[in-house]
Each structure stands twice: as C-alpha cells, then as structure tokens.
Design a protein around this ligand. Structure first.
Ligand code: ADP
Length: 589
C-alpha cells in the first residue's frame, strides 16, 4: 500500500510517498516558502501531486501536532474529525492551522482515498495522572485545559520499537528513556511500551533546551518577563529567541555552536553545557520514575549526529549501570540502511543506542493500520473473566522467613489456572500508611516473591506500585510482609497487575493474536458495560482461556457472576459475545 505522507509546517510542506513494507521511499522532498509570495498550502499540495504523478497513492497520512484530549490514536479523517482537529487549534496555534490547511487541500485533490491524521500527542495520551497533572487547582486546570500532553510521540514510539527489535526483546518488557534531540527536543520514559512521562508539556515549550525554546524555567521568570515586556514579547522571547540560539548568540544550529565553542567562545560553551546538563537530569529522573532503565536512545539531528554532545550527556552514569564505549560513540553512524548503532561498553547493563528516527515511516505505518481496513478479530468464543483479589506469591526464602524454615503451603482450593492453588496461608501487608491483613498466598512457590494489589489497596498501604505483568518484578516497589513466624522486607515485588488474558496457542490462533499483543476486551452483560484497553495476551499450552482483572477493575464494570468479555482490536469495534454462552466468574480470594 503506497502512502503519501504530508507534514505541513507554517512555512514548508515536507512530503514522502512510501510503502512502509519496503525500505526506500518512492519520493521525498520539501517545498519551502509556503505562505509567502501568494503561494498557499493548496498550491504546495498541487506541486507535490505533480511530482508524484505516475505513482499510485492508496492513502494519505497527515502529521497533526495536537490531538488534545480527543484523539488517543491515529484517526481516519472525515468532516467531524476535521472539525475536532480544528477545535484543538487553541492548543497549538502555530501548528494545527498549517496541518489543517494541508488536510483540506489534500482531501480536495485526492477525494477518493482515505486520509488519516497521525498525532504527535497520541503516544502520550495515556500518561499516568501523576505525570500529566500540574500541581494547581483541578477546577482551574479543567477550565483552561492545563495538563501535560507531550509531543514527538511518533518519533518516540518509532525509535523505541526499533530499539526493541535491535535488542531482540519485546518492547513490553523494556524500560526505555528516549531522547529526541533535534531543533525541538524532548525525552520520554517508555515503560513496557507505554509513555509514562515526557518532558514537553501542555505546549512544546516545557522540558529540554531546544534550538530556540528555553524549555524548563521558573514560572516566576515567565511572569516577570510578561510584566516587563508584555505577553506577546515574552512568548516570542521564550519560543523563538531562547534555547541554544538565545544562549549562544550563534543561531540555533548546534554545529555552528560547537565550532564557536572550539574556538573559545564562552557563550557557546555555556549553551552546550546547559543543554547537556538538562538532558542528563531528565535521564536520571526518568530512570527513577520507572524504577530502573534498560536502554537509553539518542535520536534526531543532535542525538544522531553529535558524538560530543552524546558524550557530555552520557558520561558518569556508571552508578546507573550505564557505561559508554567512547570509540563506538565517536564512530556511530546511522541512516535509513543501518538505523541503529549501539554505543555502550560490553560491561554496561543499560544499553545505549543511537537510532535514526523516521517519523514519515511511522506515519505511513499508522496510516496503513487505520486505512488498510480494520482486521476484525475472529470471535470463536467469549472469554471468561476471573477477578483476582490481592494476593501474594512466595519464593522459598520468603516462605521460610514468614512461616518457618522448611514450611510448606497447604492447599485451600484449586484456582482456575492448572497447577495453581490458593493456600491456607495468609500474610499481612504493611505499608507506610496502613496494613492489610489476611492476604492469601497462592501456590506453588516461585523463584521470586510477588505481591499483587489494586490501586485502592495502594492508597490504604500508602505505596506506589508500578503496573507490571506477572514475573516482571525488577525495579518494582518494596513492601513489608508479616507472617506467623517472622517479618520479611521485600526490596521489590509489589505490583499492580497488568490486566491480561491467558490462552492456549490454539485459542490465540483462533482469535488472531499472539503472545505479548495488547488487545481490548469488551465486557458486556452487566449494568455498566466497559471496554478494557491495554489487555496483555499471554499464550501458553497449559493455560486456560481466561481474562484476569483486579477488584477495582471488576467494580468499575460492576461485574457479577456470568459476565464475559469479547476480544476486539479497536475501541469502536465492539463485539458482543455469542449469545447463550455461559461465562464463568470466580474470585481467587
Ligand atoms: P527538526 O526536524 O526538529 O528540525 P532535526 O532532527 O533535523 O530537527 O535536527 C536539527 C538539528 O540537529 C540542527 O539544528 C543541528 O543543531 C543538529 N545537527 C544536525 N547534524 C549535526 C551534527 N553533525 N553535529 C551537531 N549537530 C547536528
């Protein structure tokens, strides 16, 4: 499928025609001076189509900077969607109008092919509340729409996927800090495939030092600047006259600033030092936010091309287990043919990858995914739902500590997954704020202890548990366990379980999904039907088909016995389970 990708800026139109299944684009280019000399976006689109003459175009993918609260995913454009993008203009007054001009002109010129909007914001659309909330009155925030949105999502998503491929590990098992350092710059914490923090905020002004944007500064500075210079001037200063350009006085291109610094220019040197220091701070902060980091990615103009900037950013990170290989860093070259270059030392626990970003390819892929016809997930049978109450898995050492050396779990009753059981044994969970007694231990013993609680339990205990798949306890939260024979303080192991569906390979084949996929499950038949997103698929021969959710999730859907879920792949592909099928619901508590 050939996709025309259009990226309309206020003064230029970048374009490519490519088939995302093939390596090289069929056509690429940039038309400058749009909006000047009477040349409109429509004129520019007409020029693009003239250049693409002879190439078949099956769909058009449009980069749209801001999708606001409305768009959590790439979306096929119709008149309603067009108006909804228009409604986001106040959030991105410089970018969205240009994007819309491009959409309008391209829809007029190519009315018979699907057009898809791919948003810079959508990868960050599900940032945890703690990461997207500014510490101000929530009513005020709501009234004005003040919240973190984040940008560069297409790039962060693309390079994170590339990095996972290079490392030969599933993205949903990795904690990645992605640093997109171009003339705009941002970091993202990508935990198990999801953006959980990002440095740009409600607007692209927050966060890292950029070509001409200041990034983070004391809001007091903004207020003082607006008082002294007026709001319009303050806006221009912080967005267009600050950052590398403002600090160095040498323009915004890092190459010029590095040359000036080499000649002894102190402003240029300071600009470089401030830029690197800021990125370092974010890497450290994001490692902390994720409870560790498996890989750091450097991408975009500066990240891909400046070894000296990478070195400044990444030196002295040994304490995190990150060791740079200076020669590999110096020699790293990435391009479309060879998009990933590893620059960490052999001894480094944290992998460091230079990755060539390719936003156009990602936009083309997304366009194919949305426009290429939704693949209906086959519905062989409804999925029984099991509600997991809070519970504990123990290893030998923790069992010894809590119930006495050599003690064994005694079976209370079997649970649905073959070979597993609820035991007679119970423990007390102790957090800084409170305790939860009589928490059931599940057997048999495992190689690592793991404690699964709900979000409500977290508040009772006063702890912060990351969302993890079973077994992914590395870097999770600490918790104290109290048993009849002793107390064990786990350094890690407390998680909030990632909702998931167990199934056999035959089930997976029937549903058209694979191990590690994230799907949506529609729960129907109750008083409050609900679609659960981000449901992890876990496939194993020994599994019984079943979806596991925790008590908070079950309460949200007001589940009672007999509820069932149906697998769907898109939020609005809502499939009702086969009628008459009896679903099962059991509590493991
Ligand atoms: P954008 O797409 O946001 O305009 P890019 O990702 O193309 O930005 O990055 C552009 C920036 O990359 C340039 O402004 C320049 O500072 C930097 N850059 C590109 N090549 C080099 C290089 N060889 N050395 C240092 N910086 C470079």
């Amino acid at each position: 499928m050939n996709v025309l990708v259009i990226n309309c800026g206020s003064s230029s139109v970048k374009y490519q025609v490519l088939n995302p299944a093939e390596k090289a684009p069929l056509l690429r280019g940039k038309i400058e001076r749009v909006g000047e000399e009477g040349r409109t976006h429509a004129d520019a689109i007409a020029e693009v189509l003239a250049k693409a003459k002879g190439l078949s175009i099956d769909a058009v993918g449009h980069r749209v900077v801001h999708g606001g609260e409305r768009f959590h995913d790439a979306t096929r454009i119709d008149d309603v969607v067009y108006l909804a993008i228009q409604a986001c203009v106040p959030l991105a007054p410089l970018h969205n109008p240009a994007n819309l001009a491009g959409i309008s002109a391209a829809r007029d010129a190519l009315p018979d092919v699907p057009h898809v909007a791919v948003f810079d914001t959508s990868f960050h659309a599900r940032l945890p509340r703690r990461a997207r909330t500014y510490a101000i009155d929530p009513d005020l925030a709501k009234e004005h729409g003040f919240r973190r949105f984040g940008f560069h999502g297409t790039s962060h998503a693309y390079v994170a996927g590339r990095a996972a491929e290079h490392l030969g590990r599933p993205l949903n098992q990795l904690r990645i800090v992605s640093c997109h350092l171009g003339s705009g710059a941002s970091c993202a914490a990508v935990e198990l495939g999801h953006s959980v923090e990002t440095s740009m905020g409600m607007t692209p002004l927050e966060g890292l030092v950029m070509g001409t944007r200041s990034g983070d500064l004391d809001p007091g500075v903004v207020l003082a600047l607006a008082k002294a210079e007026g709001v319009e001037r303050a806006d221009a200063i912080l967005n267009r006259e600050s950052g590398l350009a403002g600090m160095s006085g040498r323009g915004k291109d890092l190459r010029d600033i590095e040359n000036a610094a080499a000649e002894g220019d102190d402003r240029a040197r300071l600009a470089i030092a401030v830029f690197a220091h800021r990125v370092r701070k974010y890497i450290g902060a994001y490692a902390a936010a994720m409870g560790g980091v498996d890989a750091v990615i450097m991408t975009a103009g500066i990240g891909e091309n400046s070894p000296s900037m990478r070195r400044r950013i990444l030196q002295r990170f040994d304490f995190l287990g990150l060791v740079l290989d200076d020669d590999a860093n110096q020699d790293a070259k990435v391009d479309a043919d060879s998009p990933v270059s590893a620059i960490h030392a052999d001894s480094s626990n944290v992998k460091v990858l230079v990755v060539a970003t390719d936003e156009e390819r990602m936009i083309a892929r997304e366009t194919v995914r949305i426009a290429g016809g939704r693949t209906e997930v086959k519905q062989p049978k409804p999925i029984p739902i099991a509600i997991s109450g809070r519970h504990v898995h123990l290893d030998r050492a923790t069992m010894d500590g809590l119930f006495g050396k050599g003690s064994e779990l005694s079976v209370y009753k079997g649970i649905s997954q073959p070979g597993q059981f609820a035991s007679e044994q119970r423990v007390t969970l102790v957090g800084p704020r409170g305790e939860i007694e009589r928490v059931r231990v599940l057997g048999p013993l495992r190689s690592k202890p793991q404690v699964e609680v709900s979000r409500t339990d977290e508040f009772k205990l006063g702890v912060d548990a990351p969302i993890r798949g079973s077994g992914q306890v590395e870097g999770s939260a600490p918790i104290r366990l109290v048993g009849p024979e002793g107390i064990v303080d786990l350094k890690e192991g407390l998680i909030c379980a990632w909702r998931h569906v167990h199934m056999t390979p035959a089930d997976a084949e029937a549903y058209g999904v694979e191990h590690g996929d994230e799907v949506e499950v529609a729960v129907t038949g109750g008083p409050r039907d609900l679609i659960f997103g981000d449901v992890l698929v876990r496939v194993k021969e020994s599994y019984l088909l079943e979806m596991h959710i925790d008590t908070d999730e079950a309460n949200a859907a007001e589940l009672s016995r007999g509820a069932s879920g149906a697998l769907i792949d898109e939020p609005d592909t809502y499939v009702t389970p086969a009628s008459g099928a009896q679903a099962q619901l059991r509590s493991r508590r």
